[in-house]
Write a protein that binds this ligand. Structure first.
Ligand code: CP
Length: 332
């Protein structure tokens, strides 16, 4: 998934822009691997500045611009945080639901892309297949941002990493134990985490492992930083010595028909107080939400003192505001 170069970069950079910086202008963000380690770190730095209100808050690169939020699946966090991020950058978010657009059903993905590019300045899209997101990005000349596909959830990974950096003051050398399916959330976390020098562990039931090609790619990204993906034979082995324990739903959007079989397969993969006790006492608990208390995570854990899940949810806003600010830098 290559980063696609877009229209020529805007002219007349401000003083701040003259500082040596990485350039995300007019680029797509379809995969966590679309950003280099330096670019990921720059987005996290910018997000932290925005959160601390020490960045250039008055910069409104989206002034007079419209960003379409095209969602094939339901959302709370992604939709609200992107709407807010676009507004805070001076832009106008336009939500487009699947029931009205019918992406790939009412009309082809390509025709939707060719049409939207005539009106809007960017598309934030949540689709089932990653290939549909990529088709959309190939069909329109404005930046496209992945708001979750079945393969990846890169904006979630940015928020997860910002949350860890806030807690531990660093990322390199940390270890995350992901308990559950090697799904879209795991894939993006593995790619971005390995690039930034984390060990991303997973314990999963047979048949629910991550994509082999994503794991290979994540490990290649980790060759410089020391990051790596490791597979633990069972949850207790994964959480020992881990800095963070990550839970996600057993039944992802689109997997509902196999829900009963999944609930059987994932027995023993609940993050409960007994499992958490195997981790260091300062380990934090992550969950991308929505959560199912009593399934992938016990209520005492997600609502307990080690949980940082609502920091994670809040951080979706800051990282996405930072990402859009970089993509549209100098465009306002
Ligand atoms: N974590 C996440 O993406 O939440 P939503 O599905 O509510 O957007």
């Amino acid at each position: 998934m290559a980063v696609v170069a877009r229209a020529p970069a805007p002219e007349a950079p401000s003083r701040r822009e003259e500082e040596p910086r990485l350039d995300l202008r007019r680029r797509d963000f379809l995969s966590a691997a679309d950003l280099t380690a330096e670019e990921l770190a720059a987005v996290l730095d910018r997000a932290a500045e925005l959160k601390a209100a020490i960045g250039p808050a008055a910069v409104q690169p989206l002034a007079g611009r419209t960003i379409a939020l095209l969602f094939q699946k339901p959302s709370l966090r992604t939709r609200v945080s992107f709407e807010l991020a676009v507004r805070r950058l001076g832009g106008d978010p336009m939500h487009l639901g699947q029931s009205e657009v019918g992406l790939g059903v009412r009309e082809s993905v390509e025709d939707v892309g060719h049409t939207l590019e005539r009106w809007v300045d960017g598309v934030v899209a949540r689709t089932f297949e990653q290939s549909v997101l990529e088709q959309l990005a190939s069909s329109c000349r404005v930046p496209v941002v992945n708001a979750l596909t079945d393969l990846e959830h890169p904006c979630q990974a940015l928020a997860d990493l910002l949350t860890l950096r806030e807690r531990f003051g660093r990322l390199r050398g940390l270890s995350i134990a992901f308990i559950g399916e090697g799904n879209n959330v795991f894939h993006s976390l593995a790619l971005a985490g390995c690039a930034l020098g984390l060990e991303v562990r997973i314990a999963h039931p047979d048949g629910y492992g991550p994509s082999r090609s994503i794991v290979e790619r994540a490990n290649r990204l980790g060759q410089v930083s020391g990051g790596r993906v490791t597979v633990a034979p069972f949850p207790r082995a994964a959480v020992r010595g881990a800095d963070a324990i990550y839970a996600d739903t057993w039944v992802s959007m689109g997997s509902e028909t196999g829900a009963a079989a999944r609930r059987v397969a994932f027995l023993g993969y609940t993050i409960d107080p007994k499992l958490l006790a195997q981790a260091p006492p300062d380990a934090v608990v992550l969950h991308c939400l929505p959560a199912h208390r009593g399934e992938e995570i016990a209520a005492e854990v997600i609502d307990g003192p080690q949980s940082v899940v609502f920091d994670q949810a809040e951080n979706r806003l800051w990282v996405q505001q930072a990402l859009l600010a970089e993509i549209y830098r100098g465009a306002g």
